[in-house]
Design a binder for this molecule. Structure first.
Ligand SMILES: Cc1cc2nc3c(=O)[nH]c(=O)nc-3n(C[C@H](O)[C@H](O)[C@H](O)COP(=O)(O)O)c2cc1C
Length: 232
């Protein structure tokens, strides 16, 4: 079984192509998960709508709780870390992370950054070991292979990795750095561009992104061991 964790971070609630002003990144992530489930209906999917229900951002209480040794945390500290711990548990449990995320002002939307701040956790997803000198960080999510698919949308164009305006897009690079830091390096990306231009350029980009998503599902399915049949 491959356990999917599906996140959406757009502030726009509906899907492009279904409602007026619907989200492209949500449409792409929905397409990915629907196609995956058509091939492997028994794979469980856990869904978090970060755009609708953003994780609480890091604040002073969170930092005090996080940097108090576990056995000395009071009930308030335990409560403050509960959401972050749930996000970590969900990530640890997953094999395939599907992230739908728009590009906002050159980077990721606030709710997705709050999720990242919730899952990069000393002692849970990364170890800080000062005895290692200048390289004290040890990623902890190396217990099993985890794959990530980032499905994005942008108003502009030329911002795919390697593109002429890639330097104006810190979303995928940021995710690669943060997830790589905790041990997840197998990251794939597809994006719609030209959203702000509309018309034929947007239509062509949506068609190309849909084809890219379908091809990516097929590639990842081909790499995935067949599910073990249930015992009779
Ligand atoms: C607050 C905000 C900031 C944006 N910043 C950028 C940007 O820096 N670069 C860009 O190409 N598009 C930018 N856009 C356009 C969005 O990336 C585009 O509308 C995208 O389709 C949104 O994703 P969604 O369709 O999933 O909601 C921005 C849109 C908003 C609302």
């Amino acid at each position: 079984m491959t356990r999917l964790l599906h996140l959406d971070a757009s502030a726009r609630p509906g899907h492009h192509g279904v409602i007026a002003h619907g989200s492209h990144s949500r449409a792409l992530s929905h397409r990915f998960v629907t196609r995956w489930r058509a091939a492997r209906p028994d794979d469980p999917v856990r869904y978090r709508d970060l755009g609708a229900t953003p994780p609480q951002p890091v604040d002073h209480d969170w930092i005090r709780a996080e940097f108090t040794p576990r056995d000395r945390r009071d009930a308030q500290m335990v409560a403050r870390l509960a959401e972050s711990n749930a996000l970590v548990d969900e990530l640890i449990d997953s094999d395939l992370l599907v992230i739908g995320a728009p590009l906002y002002n050159f980077g990721m939307p606030v709710p997705l950054k709050a999720w990242i701040d919730g899952i990069v956790r000393i002692g849970r997803t990364v170890l800080f070991d000062p005895s290692r000198g200048d390289d004290p960080y040890v990623p902890l999510l190396t217990d099993k292979p985890r794959r990530v698919v980032v499905l994005s949308s942008r108003g502009g164009h030329g911002m795919d990795e390697g593109g002429p305006l890639a330097h104006m897009n810190h979303l995928e690079p940021h995710l690669r750095t943060a997830l790589g830091f905790i041990g997840i390096d197998d990251i794939h990306a597809v994006a719609v561009e030209h959203q702000e231009f509309g018309g034929e350029r947007l239509a062509a980009s949506v068609a190309a992104a849909n084809a890219g998503v379908d091809a990516l599902v097929d590639t990842l399915l081909a790499e995935t061991p067949a599910p073990v049949p249930a015992a009779a």
